[in-house]
Design a binder for this molecule. Structure first.
Ligand code: COA
Ligand code: MG
Length: 328
């Protein structure tokens, strides 16, 4: 292990993050009643320019009146290059009360973007004597953001997670695709001819590189990496395939842009029962070993080392949060 240790951010369930446009306050209660781990009330791209002040007022009202239970609640503010961003931060922090957990910053390009929002939040928090410290999540959705991802990941003590926004990223990179978070028929490998002359087409994952980089940057700073949207919400199979790919690569959750995607994301990002049982068995064996004064123990003929205990603790910790949420 390196002498540089990684401190993980505090635990938070983030298997599914349901987006709700700030202009549809009638959906706030429905979102609160859903099974989503995080509800993200949106002021950015699902709200037309003329509706920004109204959406902001709706969200402030919703944060004061809707019972979001044990869910985490986030507000996605407008980008730093807009006329709305500063007022989003000031009004939300000063007027929405203590319920809000997170502010999501879109289109982050450089670490100073996060610094600037951190400063505004800090001032507004002090001004109103807010007790709970607001946390931050940022979307990596531009080539600039990707180039500066290391610095962004280390930019603020408030930062908890990095999210990948495929649609804006594709636009920023000039990618020739319009499918939000899904595959593209032109991003394929055509195999050489077999003995019979046949050739196969293998679809590839055009989001692989960015996802891997985001996971590495996030994990190296103890943050949660979260996969972004899958636009075709009528395609559950497609959503599951994409979510499973990002779970394999290390993501901890995925956005839901329609309520039908919430349970799909929760399923994929809940550790499988056999994995949980194995992790619990490891911790139990280690506990028994420690009580007998043994530093290393064996389970089913295999040595359990400290790494497997750390892995097991992550899985059991995650599962305990899920059980607590399901009971609540
Ligand atoms: N949160 C909570 N409930 C929602 C919801 C959401 N985001 N979207 C839809 N619903 C509800 C509807 O009110 C409806 O409820 P009902 O059965 O009680 O009538 C039910 O879920 C089915 O909705 P449906 O008719 O299929 O969807 P819609 O046409 O009303 O809305 C979208 C579809 C995509 C416009 C809507 O889901 C949406 O705005 N999603 C979020 C988009 C967003 O914020 N994007 C920014 C991040 S990429
Ligand atoms: Mg975006």
């Amino acid at each position: 292990m390196s002498f540089t240790t990684i401190d993980r951010v505090g635990p938070r369930l983030n298997r599914s993050q349901l987006f709700v446009p700030g202009v549809r306050p009638q959906l706030f209660e429905k979102a609160a009643a859903s099974d989503a781990d995080v509800i993200c009330l949106d002021l950015e791209d699902s709200v037309a320019p003329a509706d920004k002040p109204k959406a902001r007022a709706n969200i402030i009202e919703g944060l004061k009146t809707v019972n979001f239970g044990t869910k985490s609640v986030s507000v996605r503010i407008n980008g730093l290059d807009t006329a709305w961003c500063y007022r989003d931060v000031i009004d939300i922090v000063e007027q929405a009360g203590e319920r809000l957990d997170l502010i999501m910053i879109p289109k982050v390009g450089v670490a100073a973007d996060v610094y600037a929002i951190d400063m505004l939040i800090s001032q507004a928090e002090m001004a109103v004597g807010r007790v709970k410290k607001m946390k931050l999540e940022v979307i990596i959705e531009s080539v600039l953001g990707l180039n500066n991802i290391e610095a962004i990941a280390g930019s603020s003590k408030r930062l908890e997670s990095l999210h990948f926004g495929s649609a804006d990223y594709a636009a920023s990179a000039g990618m020739r695709t319009t499918n939000i978070g899904g595959p593209n028929k032109d991003y394929v490998v055509l195999t050489d001819k077999s003995a019979s002359g046949a050739r196969d087409t293998h679809w590839s994952d055009l989001w692989h590189y960015v996802t891997v980089r985001m996971v590495a940057a996030a994990r190296a700073h103890g943050l949660r990496p979260i996969d972004g949207p899958f636009g075709d919400y009528s395609d559950a199979e497609g959503f599951l395939a994409q979510a499973r790919r990002s779970a394999v690569l290390g993501c901890e959750g995925k956005w839901a842009i329609h309520p039908s995607q919430v349970s799909l994301a929760n399923d994929v990002f809940t550790p499988p029962a056999e994995e949980v049982a194995a992790a619990e068995a490891i911790l139990k064996a280690m506990q028994e070993g420690t009580e007998k004064g043994m530093g290393a123990v064996s389970l089913n003929g295999k040595l359990i080392d400290l790494a497997s205990i750390r892995q097991a603790e992550v899985i059991v910790g995650q599962m305990n949060m899920i059980r607590a949420r399901t009971k609540a």
